[in-house]
Design a protein around this ligand. Structure first.
Ligand SMILES: Nc1ncnc2c1ncn2[C@@H]1O[C@H](COP(=O)(O)OP(=O)(O)OP(=O)(O)O)[C@@H](O)[C@H]1O
Length: 377
């Protein structure tokens, strides 16, 4: 789906007037501190339930206020084609999120009705952020890559979130028992059996989606035809050696886990391993190559969802500093091909023709951002 209307209240410095966006490209420009990233952050808030810039909700609420609201209208657009069960979905969905920092309560609404689970909102607006921090997916620890994969798994299979939550709960109960030091072996076996059932199922789902992702990635890579990616290997590591049952692995490493005080094998240790000539790419690739690789991985995610008739909303925050013109053009074209919705921020007045030199410009809207207010040009 595409976000065609946004309205915020007490969200950083943003003005409360509603803004209408294009379901295709939206270019936002303005001086430092004008509010460009805050607009993207507000859109991200609807699709992720939190800020992609900071973990404290408090920082996002306008100074002196205690509650923020973000409201959006989503255009079902492409998603209509994905329906095969005869149900008629409304053409537009209205989604809203409010966060009260005093009571720490979050309320969510979809089409006028209160909903409890964030996934009801998130599944309608797959938001993918490309900002300077995104390169951690390659350079950072496995947690970042797990998050990257799980975002896709959730959008392919929304029921994944409940499986993931159950698995998290059992993992933290196991961790508590391990931290206690005195382990009751019979109790531990009960945890292990429960944990293994959830873990195997979760890993099967991840592995299946990873295969789709890998095919899409290989396709994107072959179109790019860049020598430096030759021999690049992406592998899914489920978190333990799956030629053995997880129960067996846990039993064999009981002493090690007891010493460390937490679960060392299972989906909580999963990773996407990125290697070239047997070495992690974070050790081999230049920063520019790592950035391009992450972008290609993000495009591949977009492709997997686009093949399922789901439209991704890409938030490209401040990427001019990160990518050269050639790569910016490549990215813009790919996103256009996939019919994604795109928001791009820049400090300078954008020159959209630079991105589409062959005259194949998509529909776009351009906004000037000043003191938290968006004015369409
Ligand atoms: N909680 C808040 N309440 C009110 N204003 C805030 C809050 N948090 C940040 N601001 C202000 O909001 C403005 C917008 O910040 P934002 O990061 O969106 O700007 P930007 O246009 O993306 O800037 P840059 O080009 O420097 O990245 C800044 O002036 C900032 O000081």
């Amino acid at each position: 789906m595409a976000l065609v209307k946004l309205q915020t209240q007490w969200f950083r410095n943003l003005e409360p007037e509603p803004v209408r966006f294009s379901p295709s490209f939206n270019l936002l420009y303005g001086a430092n501190g004008s509010g460009k990233s805050s607009v993207l952050e507000a859109i991200g808030y609807l699709g992720l339930g939190r800020s992609f810039r900071i973990s404290r909700h408090q920082a996002v609420v306008s100074h002196g206020q205690s509650k923020l609201t973000v409201f959006g209208v989503l255009d079902a657009g492409l998603d209509e084609h994905a329906k095969g069960d005869g149900r008629i979905e409304p053409v537009e969905h209205r989604v809203g999120i409010s966060r009260d920092i005093t009571s720490k309560e979050t309320s969510l609404r979809v089409n006028g009705e209160a909903v409890r689970s964030l996934s009801s909102l998130a599944k309608r607006l797959p938001v993918s952020v490309i900002d300077p921090g995104v390169f951690d997916i390659v350079a950072g620890g496995p947690g970042k890559r797990r998050q990257f994969l799980d975002w896709l798994v959730f959008h392919v299979e929304p029921s994944f979130s409940s499986l993931w939550q159950q698995c998290q709960r059992v993992t933290s109960q196991r961790n508590q028992t391990l931290r206690n030091g005195r382990i009751d072996e019979s109790l531990m076996r009960v945890w292990d059996n429960q944990f293994a059932v959830l873990a195997e199922s979760l890993s099967d789902t991840r592995a299946e989606v990873f295969q789709r992702f890998k095919s899409a990635f290989d396709e994107v890579l072959s179109e790019l035809d860049a020598g430096w990616t030759d021999g690049l290997k992406l592998e899914f590591y489920p978190g333990w050696d799956r030629s053995h049952s997880l129960v067996e692995v846990l039993k064999n490493h009981r002493e090690q886990e007891r010493r460390m005080g937490h679960t060392l094998y299972g989906p909580n240790r999963a990773d996407i391993r990125l290697k070239l000539g047997g070495r992690p790419v974070a050790e081999t690739f230049s920063r520019g190559q790592q950035k391009t690789l992450v972008i290609l991985m993000k495009i591949a995610q977009g492709k997997v969802l686009s093949d399922l008739g789901k439209q991704v909303t890409f938030l490209l925050d401040d990427i001019n500093a990160e990518l050269d013109v050639r790569h910016r053009i490549m990215l813009a074209r790919k996103l256009q091909e996939l019919r994604c919705q795109v928001f791009i921020t820049s400090i300078e007045h954008p020159e959209p023709d630079v991105l589409w030199t062959d005259g194949q410009a998509p529909e776009y809207r351009m906004f000037h951002v000043e003191h938290g207010k968006l004015t369409e040009e």
